[in-house]
Design a protein around this ligand. Structure first.
Ligand code: JHZ
Length: 392
């Protein structure tokens, strides 16, 4: 049974960066549910993939050195441990991972045509289509089977998880490995990052819920790694149950035990999370209003999908946060979804004109702090909303 626990209000599409602000852009309810049987946490309103992921999708995986390094390190690990004949990446974005592989050894699936174009131009075989059974059958026809499938921050974006895993199983070789990587529900609960929820994040996985889901397909997790990326992610190594090439490692039990200890299998945990999120909203508004009263100026740093959830949930507009800045070409000179707040291109010393910077990209805090030493030296301060809002 699906039980409701948090209402994040009416939200625009998290990556709908418009050239001209419009109050009339489409908005949807964002409500969070916990399934008491499968233990899966999900949002209720499902927007069709074709509406969210289109030929103008602005998010680029290569925009931060943190992510480029993470993909590079993973690529070396894959080559060393698995030495795949063929790697398939689902949600290959702008090729941040593919770039580390030979062109004849790696293929991509990327439905956002503007992004698929980038890897195609580099001669990586790229399907610019949505991941489903039809596409999987097509890939099977051409490549027979795949011994390494990788997908980061993509499968949780697809509503029909049964079809997702049925399609994966169809092409995964018997001794193959499927690696998936997504934000960790445990980290999300611990950090009180309600902003991990937006229309694209239909699910936030826990190891408990994923294990339950994989059982249906005779698939199992054989290793789990905790990663610092995206505010705390889990990398799951998955195989067919019949595949004896890999032993199930202790890391799997360790993660599940940790999740049980933190109550991820109980509804009450999510009710507490909801209470904390409401408190966080109130506190955040108090901080921003006090800064406004003192005639000081705030800029948002990193026009993330997460920041869209925060600003729309907390009803914050340009009277409180003047502008955002972001390095992504597609986001520059557009407006933060749902808000009349203009996104300025990043340039050195852009923060000079502001007293405070709200960390929209809080998951890149280390990288950003290193880059903005001058701002900090001159008395500028950052604001974060996690785990509870404060000036840092
Ligand atoms: P970042 C997106 O979420 C959407 P977002 C998606 N649904 C998902 O799952 C994750 O990515 C993986 C900018 N930036 O990665 C670049 C600077 O401007 O937290 C990006 O626009 N300066 C697919 O949007 C944004 O911040 C910097 O120095 O929440 C970061 O977005 C740095 C480091 C980043 O993902």
């Amino acid at each position: 049974m699906n039980k409701f626990f948090l209402d994040l209000g009416v939200q625009p599409l998290a990556n709908n960066f418009l050239k001209k602000y419009s109050a009339k852009q489409p908005k949807y309810n964002l409500k969070l549910y916990f399934n008491t049987k499968s233990k899966m946490v999900s949002i209720s309103k499902r927007i069709p993939s074709s509406v969210m992921f289109n030929s103008k999708y602005p998010y680029r995986s290569s925009m931060s050195s943190t992510m480029r390094t993470s993909f590079k390190e993973l690529s070396s690990e894959i080559k060393k441990k698995f030495n795949p004949k063929l790697l398939l990446e689902i949600g290959s974005n702008d090729g941040a991972l593919l770039n580390n592989f030979d062109k004849d050894k790696a293929i991509g699936v990327e439905p956002c045509k503007n992004l698929a174009k980038i890897t195609k131009a580099k001669r990586y075989y790229t399907y610019d289509d949505y991941w489903d059974f039809k596409l999987s059958s097509e890939i099977k026809k051409k490549f027979k089977e795949v011994d390494l499938i990788y997908s980061a921050n993509t499968l949780t974006h697809i509503s029909n998880l049964n079809e997702v895993f049925k399609s994966l199983k169809l092409i995964l070789s018997d001794e193959g490995c499927l690696i998936i990587e997504d934000p960790s529900l445990l980290e999300c609960i611990k950090k009180n990052s309600y902003d991990q929820f937006y229309n694209e994040h239909i699910y936030v996985f826990s190891a408990i819920a994923l294990t339950n889901l994989l059982k249906k397909f005779n698939l199992e997790i054989f290793d789990i790694k905790n990663l610092p990326t995206h505010g705390g992610s889990l990398r799951y190594f998955i195989k067919k149950r019949s595949n004896k090439k890999y032993n199930v490692k202790f890391s799997v039990k360790k993660q599940i035990d940790k999740e049980i200890k933190n109550g991820l299998d109980k509804f009450i945990t999510y009710k507490d999370f909801a209470t904390k999120s409401t408190k966080s909203k109130k506190l955040f508004l108090e901080i921003l209003k006090k800064i406004k009263k003192d005639n000081k100026k705030i800029i948002g740093y990193g026009a993330t999908a997460k920041a869209v959830t925060v600003l729309n949930y907390c009803n914050i507009d340009h009277d409180l946060i003047k502008n955002f800045t972001d390095t992504t070409p597609e986001k520059i000179n557009t407006f933060l979804p749902g808000k009349n707040i203009k996104i300025l291109g990043y340039k050195k010393d852009i923060l000079k004109k502001y007293d405070y910077a709200f960390l929209g990209a809080w998951n890149f805090k280390k990288e950003i702090f290193a880059k903005e030493k001058n701002f900090l030296k001159k008395g500028g301060r950052f604001i974060t909303h996690l785990p509870l809002p404060k000036i840092i």
